[in-house]
Design a protein around this ligand. Structure first.
Ligand code: XMP
Length: 259
């Protein structure tokens, strides 16, 4: 089964479209054991309210891919969730391919890549590897931070349409054409979610980070067309992550058609 079908099935079963961003602030690397324990304990307390977990450099750098992080990925799978690596792949194709192969070997079900590098000798090799292994590739389309407009929001001369247009519109069309398993659009920009959703319809699901800590709102993102919500510090840094995750899930339940 494809990554897209699997995450949809888990979201339906768990009645949650929340992807936990398992991120924590800098820890003294000598005390990385504490960081691992913290990550594991948050994971154990919130997994019933999630459909997937996204891991970033916050954990890969201090814990290592094949030591700490692979154990967390196994734990994520044991809890019935999928694991996404937020590596924002952004290099030449041969390097992208090796990075992707390592993350897939560590058990990740999907990874995030940056369409700025293009297809040929850019992202094409990782789509090939992903298809072979039945894993996913999710593309950045409009990022959640303030400076996103400087790159994703630029007006470009689109070589495919021979006309001027927005960079993120071109990326949304590429997500469709390349058969991406998801498109990342910041919850902080509901208007962009709406515009991109118009292009993607239900063919490529929208993953939306930026809820809470970055100022994005669940209602606005979902009303605009976000399919999955990526939530990090709002949960991981809460006094009671389990309670926070449970309440977040309850708040979105009525909005999601899990059919
Ligand atoms: P917070 O704590 O802000 O964490 O809920 C968000 C998580 O998502 C990552 N992030 C993004 N990842 N495209 C991405 O692929 C984005 O536009 C984006 N914005 C935030 C962030 O690194 C953190 O892990």
């Amino acid at each position: 089964m494809s990554f897209r079908a699997r995450i949809k099935e888990i979201a339906k079963k768990n009645e949650s479209n929340i992807v936990l961003a398992l991120d924590f602030p800098f820890h003294n690397p000598e005390k990385r054991g504490e960081l691992f324990d913290k990550a594991q304990s948050v994971l154990e307390s919130v997994y019933p309210y999630m459909c997937a977990v996204k891991i970033n450099h916050h954990l890969v750098l201090p814990l290592g891919t094949f030591e700490g992080v692979q154990q967390l990925v196994e734990k994520i799978h044991e809890e019935g969730l999928l694991a996404i690596m937020d590596c924002k792949l952004n290099d030449i194709g041969s390097t992208n391919q090796v990075i992707a192969e390592y993350y897939y070997a560590a058990g990740f079900d999907a990874l995030i890549a940056n369409p700025f590098v293009g297809w040929e000798e850019g992202l094409q090799p990782i789509f090939s590897v992903a298809r072979k292994l039945k894993r996913g590739v999710i593309l950045l389309t409009y990022m959640s931070h303030r400076g996103a407009n400087e790159g994703y929001g630029q007006t470009i001369y689109d070589l495919e349409t021979n006309a001027k247009g927005a960079q993120y519109i071109s990326f949304a069309r590429k997500a469709l054409r390349w058969g991406a398993d998801g498109a990342v659009v910041g919850a902080t920009y509901p208007d962009k979610i709406r515009e991109i959703h118009e292009i993607l319809k239900e063919k490529v699901p929208i993953y939306s980070p930026g809820i809470g800590a970055q100022g994005g709102a669940v209602e606005k993102a979902m009303d605009a067309g976000a399919n999955y919500l990526i939530v990090g510090r709002e949960i991981t840094l809460a006094d009671n992550p389990s309670d926070k995750a449970k309440r977040l899930k309850e708040s979105i339940k009525h909005k999601v058609a899990f059919g």
